[in-house]
Design a protein around this ligand. Structure first.
Ligand code: 5AD
Ligand code: FES
Length: 344
């Protein structure tokens, strides 16, 4: 798929033409990753964060009630994942150095020793810890690069003092360490042009990512973009809108670009269309969903963006709700870890 083709799909508005794109992506999805939809149990283990990202409600400047789950709470969630027959747990948090290297390594070892779960980590730019966690048994790591436009990235993701981190370097390192590597972007960030978004999709292909998560940017009032986002928007015709259709286009194009990748219908997509956002995502290229396993008492405190889907549902409710949604569109719940099958 060449760049002009990507750009013209991103700008396409004709419903019939778009139906062609959805069908093409759905076919490529079926041929490459099959009818199964794999469930990844998400555990939001800490809402502390040292970063000051302009998009994220957990940014260090935001006065929030914060939490950090205990070892026992996390292990208990992992065991719930086994009971629900999920093949993977994803431990996600802000960039929280209060989650000590050994604390995480120990939990990873415990989960790997007592279950058949794949363990995915999504704990930010913890460069010095990645090798140790991999050795402890972690299988996968998620780190979205958020946007391929360097200037925009710097604006929305300020560096830590004395530390200049390149997320692409980290993604490369993760691959070298033997992790399955996940990344992705937000769609409709103020200042994101169609050109940038086309480069994002090309970048997915270039890095041969195993997992690619894309979702709409959702403005959070207690962030820089919540306050200044409107002024950062590009002129009409250049600014990518953060609409549902734009997300589907990117999901579909991502599937065409990376036929073998695991692509979730994200919670952010479910948030902008609670009715059938996930189902549409799954019908337009996606093959993964990530039910929330976080204890309900913590969920509302992990407010990356407002009105997050499933904030008040229990893990058990999400499990049945999602299985029903998957079956309603003629798909099956995947068994096993559902890792990427690499064609060598
Ligand atoms: N809107 C949409 N997605 C967001 N994320 C963070 N903040 C927002 C927001 N306001 C996404 C980022 C991050 C992932 C965990 O959540 O892409 O990598
Ligand atoms: Fe949580 Fe449906 S997935 S309620």
């Amino acid at each position: 798929m060449d760049r002009n083709e990507i750009l013209s799909w991103l700008k396409e508005t004709d419903t019939e033409k778009l139906n062609e794109l959805w069908q093409k992506a759905d076919k490529v999805r079926l041929e490459n990753v099959g009818p199964e939809v794999h469930l990844r149990g998400l555990i939001e283990i800490s809402s502390y964060c040292v970063r000051r990202c302009g998009y994220c409600g957990l940014n260090a400047d935001n006065k929030l009630q914060r939490y950090r789950m205990t070892r026992d709470e996390i292990i208990e969630c992992a065991h719930a994942a086994v009971e629900y027959e999920y093949g993977t747990v994803v431990m996600q948090a802000g960039e929280d150095y209060g989650l000590k290297t050994e604390f995480i390594a120990d939990i990873v070892r415990e989960i790997k020793n007592t279950t058949n779960l794949a363990v995915t980590l999504s704990l930010g730019e913890r460069i010095d810890d990645l090798a140790i966690w991999r050795e402890a048994g972690a299988d996968r790591y998620l780190l979205r690069f958020e946007t391929s436009n360097h200037e925009l990235y710097e604006k929305i993701h300020p560096s830590l003092p004395n530390q200049n981190c390149d997320r692409f370097e980290i993604l490369k390192k993760l691959g070298e360490l033997g992790y399955e590597v996940g990344s992705g972007v937000m769609i409709g960030i103020p200042g994101q042009s169609y050109e940038t978004l086309a480069t994002d999709i090309e970048t997915f292909g270039k890095f041969d990512l195993d997992m690619i998560g894309v979702g709409p940017f959702i403005s959070h009032p207690d962030t820089m973009l919540g306050r200044e986002g409107d002024q950062m928007k590009l002129p009409e015709g250049q600014q990518v809108p953060n609409t549902e259709d734009m997300v589907y286009k990117v999901v579909a194009l991502t599937r065409l670009m990376c036929p073998q990748a695991n692509i979730p219908a994200t919670s952010a997509l479910a948030t902008i269309n609670t009715e059938d956002g996930r189902e549409n995502g799954l019908n337009r290229g996606a093959n993964i969903v990530m039910p929330n396993l976080t204890p309900v008492k913590y969920r509302a405190m992990y407010e990356i963006y407002p009105d997050k889907a499933c904030v008040n549902e229990t893990a058990n409710q999400c499990r049945f709700c999602l299985a029903g949604r998957i079956e309603s569109i003629g798909r099956t719940v995947g068994q096993g870890q559902g890792g990427r099958k690499k064609i060598i």
